[in-house]
Write a protein that binds this ligand. Sequence first.
Ligand code: SF4
Length: 453
Amino acid sequence: MAHSIFDLFKVGVGPSSSHTVGPMIAGNRFVNQLQQQQLISQTTKVTVNLYGSLALTGKGHATDNASILGLMGEVPDTIDADNIDTMLNMVRNSNELPLAGKHWIHFTESEHLLFNFTEFLPQHPNGMKISAYDSNDQLILEQTYFSVGGGFVVDATELDNPPQLSVALPYPFDNAKQLLAHCKNHELSICELMLLNEQALGTSDIDGKINHLWQVMSACIERGIATTGILPGGLKLKRRANQMHLRLLDGDPSDQFDTLDWVNLYAMAVNEENAAGGRVVTAPTNGAAGVIPAVLAWYLKFKCKDQAKGITEFIATAAAIGLLYKKNASISAAEVGCQGEIGVACSMAAGALAAVMGGTPEQVENAAEIGMEHNLGLTCDPINGLVQVPCIERNTMGAIKAINASRLALQSDGVHHVHLDEVIATMYQTGLDMMSKYKETSQGGLAINVIAC
Ligand code: SF4
């Protein structure tokens, strides 16, 4: 179960948190277990089976690459993103894979990494099974993992019995009502409450770690703006952030919509980097990784007077809102559609912006609620299974909607008809009711109505 700011925000690589970050972590967990049980030296074969959504959109979401890299001992937050192609080419050209980076086994991708397109594991739509064999072809270790969204990975036991927190939080909350009650009773902002809880979790240098997240987001924006060319994957989609930036620099300063274009630019830059497999912050997923950096970058450029304070308050408040979705609904598009990605990121950014603009906790809750209310029913239908169309533009929409949601909330007194807990429950119910073809399978919506060339 997630409790920390750093559970919601993690440094990773694109293009997908559930389909890239998760499977890489699963592969790494598996080879770590092989090592812990001293089985690695007798391992001569490893197979990876991908099921459900992991299989159906796995090619476009680089699940195959991520699984291989995880077996090589790589993890998303430290992998050298510029070296990924070299590592994969080495395995593919030689049919040899260094398990955990040191024990070489024969590995032929077409035989050992299998996409089970028609089979869903009953427990979760994002399932994968990894199996290790010895030289007699005897099974020596097998694990089933589920990538449950946002880069969270659990095995079958953890899925049924999530590990419980071993420390007592000063301000535990399971829903927005409890969160607001703590804020009211103890005269705390949502950010202050989150930081006190984070201290109780034993996290050191919280400000430094939050600032690091922003530095990674900011570097991602800069790389996205600086890079031109065609995105990988076959859609031949041209990167647009670079040209947008040049047009903005040359533009008419009296254009009142200029500031919106900066938001669009930041979101697009991040998600073009994500689509290219670059370094991003999962926020709370990779497909939606542009929304929060775009709104935060816009705030820092146009509104903020104290950058350090603004960054901490923005990220900590956004995390509190994200935790509510993680606890009570889902941030996995395979479970609830794009509501769980762009919708949640929009809600987090809306609440966070309301907070840094001086909103009360009630106004923050209102902004977060509005941010989700108008994303309800949003399906996931990426063309060719790539995190490109509609994903990249959809981040710009999520960011703009978040700003509008926070403005609506800041103009109210915090009293409103629909509460965040109710909209979270509605989002989850809507997601469960959504047909599976609209949940990260590329079997419906734009994915089948647009001919990809
Ligand atoms: S449509 Fe939304 S949920 Fe689906 S891959 Fe794109 S950003 Fe993620």
